[in-house]
Write a protein that binds this ligand. Structure first.
Ligand code: MD3
Ligand code: FE
Length: 207
């Protein structure tokens, strides 16, 4: 367990192989229906290289909606209670105190192929300052954790691997961050993911 910055805690290999397998299976189902995983199109016409599917609420830049009116118009899958329980356990592991009042109601599930990246950004579409719980499965990546003022330096680069937990709360909740690179072929096929990287972020929308 390592505190990268105040409120930003990295727990390498926190998920068991069994938990990773369970999450890979769940994400495969969510990626298929009711709203298929897709490359999000940004308002100015750009297309994200990462593919995303959501549960609980549907994220589209720069808002959350109940139905995916930018994809197929359907309501996204429910946020299951076992994910709420997993989010609470993650928060407790990171901060060391009970988190029974933490109730995430949405998750963004991002899939990175070997070429995908995510530019430096802040997550500001939630109307809540509650922590974000991030779980990574599959190929390693370079994760860049910045500051709350600018997209640029200073930042800390961290290599994230399969099973890693990262919690971003307190002063780190609105910091810039991104994924400049994934390292193809570094994952463990026993997770059920034979290529690419999966990242699951749980959030509280405040909606
Ligand atoms: C720090 N995802 O979905 S996870 C995103 O690996 C996103 O897919 C990246 O950034 C990924 O918005 C990074 C780590 C992460 C997620 C959310 C954060 C770091 C964060 C929110 C606030 C601060
Ligand atoms: Fe983000």
């Amino acid at each position: 367990m390592r505190e990268i910055a105040p409120g930003a805690v990295h727990a390498p290999g926190w998920l068991t192989l069994d938990e990773q397998q369970h999450l890979v299976r769940a994400c495969r189902e969510w990626a298929a229906a009711p709203v298929p995983i897709r490359h999000t199109v940004l308002p100015r016409g750009g297309v994200m290289s990462v593919q995303t599917v959501c549960i609980g609420w549907h994220w589209q830049p720069y808002k959350y909606t109940r139905v995916a009116n930018d994809v197929n118009g359907l309501q996204v899958a429910d946020f299951p209670s076992w994910m709420v329980a997993l989010g609470r356990r993650a928060l407790t592991a990171a901060y060391g105190d009970p988190a029974d009042d933490y109730t995430p109601d949405t998750a963004l599930i991002n899939f990175y192929d070997g070429q995908a990246k995510m530019g430096m950004h802040q997550d500001k579409d939630e109307r809540s300052a509650a922590p974000v719980v991030s779980l990574s499965i599959g190929d390693d990546c370079l994760f860049r954790f910045g500051n709350t003022e600018t997209r640029g330096r200073p930042y800390t680069d961290v290599r994230l691997g399969s099973g890693d937990l990262f919690v971003f709360g307190g002063p780190s909740r609105f910091a810039y961050h991104g994924v400049p690179k994934v390292f193809p072929g570094t994952g463990n096929p026993a997770t059920g993911l034979t290529s690419g990287r999966l990242n699951i972020t749980m959030r509280v929308t405040g909606l």
